[in-house]
Each structure stands twice: as C-alpha cells, then as structure tokens.
Design a protein around this ligand. Sequence first.
Ligand SMILES: *[C@@H]1O[C@H](CO)[C@@H](O)[C@H](O)[C@H]1NC(C)=O
Ligand SMILES: *[C@@H]1O[C@H](CO)[C@@H](O)[C@H](O)[C@H]1NC(C)=O
Ligand SMILES: *[C@@H]1O[C@H](CO)[C@@H](O)[C@H](O)[C@H]1NC(C)=O
Length: 199
Amino acid sequence: MKTFSILSSLVLASVVAAAPSSDWTSAGGGYGSGGNNGGSCVTQDQATKIVHDFAFFLAHADPNQIQKANATAQRIISEDFTQQSDSINGFGGIPPGALTETNKQHYINGTLAQPPITGITDLQLVPYNCNQILWYWRFANPGNFNAPQPPQQVQGFNSFTINKQGLITDLRVEFSVFFYVDLGFNVSGFAGPITGVNP
Ligand SMILES: *[C@@H]1O[C@H](CO)[C@@H](O)[C@H](O)[C@H]1NC(C)=O
Ligand SMILES: *[C@@H]1O[C@H](CO)[C@@H](O)[C@H](O)[C@H]1NC(C)=O
Ligand SMILES: *[C@@H]1O[C@H](CO)[C@@H](O)[C@H](O)[C@H]1NC(C)=O
C-alpha cells in the first residue's frame, strides 16, 4: 500500500483546496432561468466551481480557515439539506438506507469538527441529469495526524443534487474503509477479511 508523508500531504493539500471559487449568484442566479424544463442545466463550469467550494469546506486544511470554510458552506448548501451515506451509517449506528443528516447547521458543524483533509484530487467531476453532479475523488490523507499507521489514500464518490438557486440540497456519499483506518479507528483485520462482514 502506498504511503504518503505528512509533509507531502500538506504540499498536495493546496492543489484543490486553496480558496473558495464559486460565484454562482453573480454568475447569473443558478440554473433556474430559461432553457429546457423551466431551467438550464448545471454546466461543467458551474459543477467544477461548486465541487471545489465544497472541497475547500471539507478540507478546512488550515485551522485558521474554519470561519472561511463555514462561510463557504453556508453559501453553497441549501437550508433543506439532506445527506445519505451507508459508509457513515455503518459506523454511526444508523440503519442502512436511512438519511444520515437532515440538518444543515448540524452537518456543517460536524464536518468542521473533523480533522482537516489533505491531498484532495478530482478523479471525475461531471454534471448529469441536468441538476446533479458526480464527483469521484481521492484524498491522500483524511486527516488524523495521530493515527497509528501512515496515511493511506481514500477514494469515494459524491453525488450532489442542486436546486434552482444553485445550492446543494442533497448529498449521497460512499467511500472506502481506509477512511476509518486513517482516522485511527480499530478496524481489526482490515488487511484481510473484516470480522463479521466478510468471513
Ligand atoms: C454549531 O457550533 C456552534 C459553536 O461551535 C454552536 O454554538 C452551535 O449551537 C452549533 N450548532 C449546531 C446546530 O450544532
Ligand atoms: C458556522 O456558522 C454558523 C452561522 O453563522 C454558526 O451558527 C456556527 O456556529 C458556525 N460553526 C462553527 C463551527 O464555527
Ligand atoms: C483492536 O481490536 C483487536 C481485535 O478485537 C484487539 O485485539 C486489539 O487490541 C484492538 N486494538 C486497539 C488499539 O484497541
């Protein structure tokens, strides 16, 4: 398994997460005016901006950026935000398939309380279905610098649903168990079958 030094992760961190970029409102008020189906579709450029703003919020790579990350999240996430993730439900005692999060402020606080994420890379970033965005990502290190093992890369998929104001209303996210290993959880035997899951 490839490993990354903390130093190289920090260097990589700045690639995507350097600064918030979205100017959705000033760019024309979202996808709700004119075009097909009562609104034009999310463009590649809009998709890239919203995902990179989201990545900046997710990363909050510098502790001094918490306020800016919070402001960015407040700006790009809708009040009626929901999240669904069985990768999180499985560790959080939430039934599979259930909504993981239904409160915007709770979600933002919780995300900002996580360790900073470094080395964010876009593997794919594409708009689809007119109002959705698929983001296939890799994180070099999801952030716990005190974890017992060197950080291992984590891959996952996000699917965002975007409303007519250009805000994120729903997030579906699934990712590998390496995320929890990196965070320092005891995922005993993960190099082979995980006990009770894949005997
Ligand atoms: C978010 O965190 C702040 C302080 O860190 C706290 O005052 C506020 O109540 C929290 N909100 C929610 C919804 O958890
Ligand atoms: C994020 O911003 C909201 C709204 O201003 C605020 O209520 C909350 O306490 C902030 N959370 C943190 C962790 O700073
Ligand atoms: C992790 O779990 C294994 C198996 O239950 C146990 O033997 C080991 O002591 C645990 N390690 C820590 C650090 O809790």
